[in-house]
Ligand binder design. Sequence first.
Ligand code: ZN
Ligand code: ZN
Length: 124
Amino acid sequence: MTQQGYADFERAVAEFFQREGLNSISVGRLACPSCGADGKEWRDHWFQKGTCPDCGARREEWEGPRFSWWPCDVCGSHRGGNRSTCIGHNPTTHEVQGEYEVCDDCLCYVEYGRLDDQTVAAMG
Ligand SMILES: [Zn+2]
Ligand SMILES: [Zn+2]
């Protein structure tokens, strides 16, 4: 990634948050990818216990990270790499939105407000 690439990346991420009306995203799911169960109680169980209370699907198998060529929903990157399934919180509607397939760069950026040192160093 170049300096220009970094600027483009930051803009793409900012645009995503604006477009979706979100203030944060984190790894998670809106509904069970295996049996379709959903709702707040389901999400709490999924998040805290790491399994679906209805069918026993395991969080780690369904949220990733897993390798994909699918473009990242946040920055639009087409580079092959890890994608994790994320949901976001909309502070205006108080709704949970998603799901988004998100690359490692975006997860790091969202969590720490910057890219990791290795990625930045590679920008030259
Ligand atoms: Zn389930
Ligand atoms: Zn991304």
